[in-house]
Design a protein around this ligand. Sequence first.
Ligand SMILES: Cc1cc2nc3c(=O)[nH]c(=O)nc-3n(C[C@H](O)[C@H](O)[C@H](O)COP(=O)(O)OP(=O)(O)OC[C@H]3O[C@@H](n4cnc5c(N)ncnc54)[C@H](O)[C@@H]3O)c2cc1C
Length: 589
Amino acid sequence: MANVAKRQFDAVIVGAGGAGMRAALQLSEAGLKTAVLSKVFPTRSHTVAAQGGISASLGNVQEDKWEWHMYDTVKGSDWLGDQDAIEFMCKTAPEAVIELEHFGMPFDRVESGRIYQRPFGGHTANFGEKPVQRACAAADRTGHALLHTLYQRNVRANTQFFVEWMALDLIRDADGDVVGVTALEMETGEVYVLHAKAVLFATGGAGRIYAASTNAFINTGDGLGMCARAGIPLEDMEFWQFHPTGVAGAGVLITEGVRGEGGILLNGNGERFMERYAPTLKDLAPRDFVSRCMALEVLEGRGAGKNKDHVLLKLDHLGPEVINHRLPSIREIAIKFAGVDPIKEPIPVIPTTHYQMGGIPTNYLGEVMVPKGDNPEVRVNGFYAAGECACASVHGANRLGTNSLLDLVVFGKSAGDSMIDFIKRERPVHKPLPENAADYSLSRIARLENQTGGEEVNDVRSAMQKTIQLRAGVFRNSENMALGVKEIAEVAERAKRTQIKDKSKVWNTARIEALELDNLIEAAVATMIAADARKESRGAHSHDDFQKRDDDNWMKHSLFFNHDRHLDYKPVHTKPLTVDYIPPKERTF
Ligand SMILES: Cc1cc2nc3c(=O)[nH]c(=O)nc-3n(C[C@H](O)[C@H](O)[C@H](O)COP(=O)(O)OP(=O)(O)OC[C@H]3O[C@@H](n4cnc5c(N)ncnc54)[C@H](O)[C@@H]3O)c2cc1C
């Protein structure tokens, strides 16, 4: 092997967001030597930006049941979610949230002293009868509170953090087992091999494949890229959530919690248009649905503003008390990014890319599962994934708000437990590294060092973002997506010839951006090809030429393989763990 420094751990976790930190806590507390890598300081991971809340049927404000939560999540997923995983998540939610409370997470409180809960899109009582207050919140900074709480617990548990380290590639041995990762220490530019008994990816989303996104700049889909290059397929990448309320022109998120607290959407004529589309849930219908209604209002000429290109989110009627107490950051964002004070004026908003429903295929134990022969789901030994980069799949074709923070802690913990079990029972000693463990990563870096006369990273990234924004948006059609497939293949070719002018080693951000682009491209290609292939409309995938959901032919998960860019499909899990199957029906709100 080339002369590369090696470090050994029981477990290596890539990502220090909510999912990575919840898993790390489980492992460290079990006494395992656990390393967590992060491109940024842990508490700057995107989880810190989550505003609205974390769902659990605690019933602190109104009667609630996990069975109702499960029903809403299945319906929200447009019947693409796996019902075993959904049952597991919704049933575990109350204990997961109370655990966070006991860890010291500073939730808001109701009169009785219990955790405050607000209504959120698609969350209902009694199987869709009326909105229910299920989102547990710490003002509009729930992710901030959650991430800081988990970080502190990890410090106490002696988790070892590798801050400003970028994982480059997954190391698989001749059996296909995962035995570690390669990583770049940004400060020195050195490449290391991290040898592990088990590896967890918790690298977050890839929202930056779009030009307009609520996501942090570091959300470049690194876990997806590393998997794709290592022969692991990506699941359901055609499904991207557009959040209804990004600040028009800026992309910054305005939480659905604003509508949970009573905010409403108005079109350019001052009409509360959601009453027309969703008579029961109105402004609190699920995100895919509200985003399409907003886009239709604009397309049909009822937008607001000089160019009639957005709609308005009105909350002044809530009064300064509620706004300052429950939504302080929202007021700040509106003043800073939209130039309006929501105590007096409505905020201009537009659907903005927010969340990837697809990702690395896992089961509800956090184990990565890939097809082998006739079996659609065989475990990859030593490899786990959780959080936004993973596809368990609880969100199916459309995620309900507040179900992601829940997903992080529920599956972060279950993945941690699975890893402990695997390490103790199946891999008590390290499996040897392959001879050439670092060669592939080193060759990628060498290519960048030696490339001359190539493409600028910025140009290629812009071309990719433009293509995805234009060809895989809120409304899709065959002609447009076919063009997208062709264009993204061209962009991917250009990405093979990127060059950087700065060849220095210390803190070379140009090199890091070039390596991130490799990952973005994998996610973008998978998105475009999977979207073009799905000939139906389901959840966030709204196809003008196939406007109905087609359960006979398309109730199945897509799997994208990068080596020859082909798609395979696997069945949706229709058997919950203990309760009855929730059969498909039409989604009305
Ligand atoms: C603005 C905003 C508001 C949101 N609000 C809510 C909400 O109210 N409720 C809700 O349920 N959901 C919300 N979501 C969604 C939710 O916050 C995210 O899905 C979730 O936080 C993702 O957590 P994660 O642990 O998977 O990843 P992240 O928190 O994104 O963390 C990813 C980690 O991986 C690391 N990483 C990535 N690549 C590498 C690499 N190559 N090497 C080393 N480290 C790497 C990063 O440094 C980071 O530490 C919101 C999302 C956004 C963008």
